[in-house]
Design a protein around this ligand. Structure first.
Ligand SMILES: Cc1cc2nc3c(=O)[nH]c(=O)nc-3n(C[C@H](O)[C@H](O)[C@H](O)COP(=O)(O)OP(=O)(O)OC[C@H]3O[C@@H](n4cnc5c(N)ncnc54)[C@H](O)[C@@H]3O)c2cc1C
Length: 456
């Protein structure tokens, strides 16, 4: 008889695991059932801001594989609009609710993959539904924002609460839709994924495209008029809004895991070993935004909810369930984003992470250009490096610039992943031609500056 794999969560991690397991084990050997409480499978949440802005025209452009494709081409029994409400480890069963027709079902498993993702942070004041207040976690959320933008009366003023990368991307999307946008952030800078000196550049660029930024301000509520949002309430007074977007971060979705007794780590996310197995719970695996992982530089357990990790981790799970051997080696915190034409890349530790991890370090900022200074289109690029003192090992890097600046972080991520020192980096054989870089690449200039700082 075929063994039975049940997957909870039908997006990046869950469906990567299911697909890999299917590649390696046929239907007669492994039956695969995936439960997804939403309407869609394998969709790109990352693309939602660009769908809202209109850069990506259709919702379906964001769907990589539909439930029908999984059923017909991969023999994976995907059950959408079905929410798993309990995991019974003793009986090896999940309990689920049919969200369309009602009613409860129980399904047996031999192997379980827990891939429930993350849940957006919703402050107390946003717990009640208020027309015009939105999170942006799922395609349904994206559809709701688009419907509000296209409906009557047309919203003119938007407030984005939270200046993380999703808040920043949404602010850009709403500017592109012609709204006047205010971003409210309780920290002193938006974009706290980079150090404050680099975040200042991001804030300046946002102001340059007309986004009003209010930092050091806490939102404490919303005002309504005629059943629609009219303003957000802050200690500095109300900020008028016909549309409010929440971008306050996420936490791992572990309610089911905790109730079933799966081990959680210090980050609050599910603990897994290098093969993505849940320790001490036979045949249960977990991946994606619901798990914690190892930060390869700090050595600490971290929760880094990004699609790039969810896909890789899901693949590792699927290979292992399929009878192969794969491990997830941890992360170094590489991420890229943009706000209008300004691009931001980061990898490794920020200064505050390096301090928290106990490192002694130097940090340097190098100003350079994206192309040879005389070549048309050359624009400023700022590179920050953080290096351990006295070893010179690269601990972190950040880039702010234009014209493909963000993806330059990948070269620094490879250097960091491989434990290079800034001294090693000064001699790196990076490509040069005037349309692509100055003769001294911005990375090399920054590395030289870091070497000088270490010598002082
Ligand atoms: C607006 C936005 C922009 C982003 N941009 C980027 C980016 O540029 N780069 C990047 O790397 N990452 C980005 N991310 C993050 C990325 O989308 C996530 O890290 C990734 O989707 C995580 O995949 P996952 O499978 O772990 O979780 P999810 O994608 O959250 O999938 C989990 C699924 O499980 C389902 N589920 C949960 N509980 C149950 C249950 N009890 N029963 C049944 N189903 C359940 C959910 O409905 C969901 O579909 C972005 C996210 C958002 C929201």
């Amino acid at each position: 008889m075929a063994q039975r794999l049940i997957v909870i969560g039908g997006d990046a991690a869950g469906m990567a695991a299911a697909s890999q397991a299917r590649r390696r084990r046929g239907r007669d050997d492994l039956e695969i059932v995936a439960f997804e409480r939403g309407h869609f499978t394998s969709y790109s949440a990352c693309g939602i801001p660009y769908w809202i802005s209109g850069t990506v025209p259709e919702r379906d452009d964001l769907i990589i594989r539909s439930p029908a494709t999984f059923r017909e081409e991969h023999q994976i029994d995907v059950r959408v609009r079905t929410e798993v409400t309990g995991i019974d480890l003793d009986r090896r069963e999940v309990v689920a609710r049919d969200l369309e027709r009602g009613g409860e079902l129980r399904e047996r498993f031999d192997t379980l993959v827990y891939a429930t993702g993350a849940v957006p942070t919703r402050p107390d004041w946003a717990r009640d539904e208020v027309a015009g207040v939105f999170g942006v976690q799922t395609l349904d959320d994206g559809a709701a924002v688009r419907a509000w933008l296209d409906g009557e009366p047309k919203p003119r003023r938007a407030v984005v609460v939270g200046g993380g990368y999703i808040g920043v991307e949404m602010a850009e999307a709403l500017v592109q839709r012609g709204l006047s946008v205010t971003l409210v952030e309780h920290a002193e800078q938006p974009m706290s994924t980079v150090d404050p000196d680099m975040a200042t550049l991001v804030a300046t660029a946002m102001r340059d495209v007309g986004i009003e930024i209010r930092t050091g301000v806490e939102v404490t509520g919303v005002e309504q008029r005629d059943g629609r949002v009219a303003a957000v309430v802050t200690a500095d007074g109300p900020v008028p809004a016909d549309l409010v977007v929440l971008g306050l971060g996420v936490r791992p979705n572990t309610a089911l895991a905790a109730a079933a007794g799966l081990p959680l780590g210090p980050t609050g996310a599910v603990r897994v070993d290098r093969r993505m197995r849940v320790p001490e719970v036979p045949d249960v695996w977990a991946a994606g935004d619901c798990v914690q992982t190892l930060h390869r530089v700090s050595g600490m357990a971290v929760h880094v909810p990004l699609g790039t990790h969810a896909n890789k981790q899901g693949r590792v799970v699927g290979i292992n369930i399929g009878g192969g051997y794969a491990t997830f080696p941890g992360v170094i915190g590489t991420a890229v984003t943009k706000v209008c034409d300004l691009e931001v890349g980061r990898t490794g530790l920020r200064e505050r992470d390096a301090t928290a991890a106990g490192f002694e370090f130097v940090s340097v900022i190098a100003e350079s250009t994206s192309r040879a200074g005389y070549y048309p289109g050359a624009c400023p690029m700022t590179v920050k490096l953080i290096a351990e003192r006295p070893t010179g090992r690269l601990l972190g890097a950040q880039i702010v610039g234009r014209s493909e600046a963000a993806k330059r972080i990948d070269a620094l991520a490879v250097a960091l992943w491989n434990g290079m020192t800034v001294d090693d980096m000064t001699a790196l054989d990076l490509g040069y031609a005037p349309p692509y870089a100055p003769v001294w690449d911005p990375m090399l200039i920054a590395a030289r500056k870091a070497v000088d700082a270490l010598a002082r």
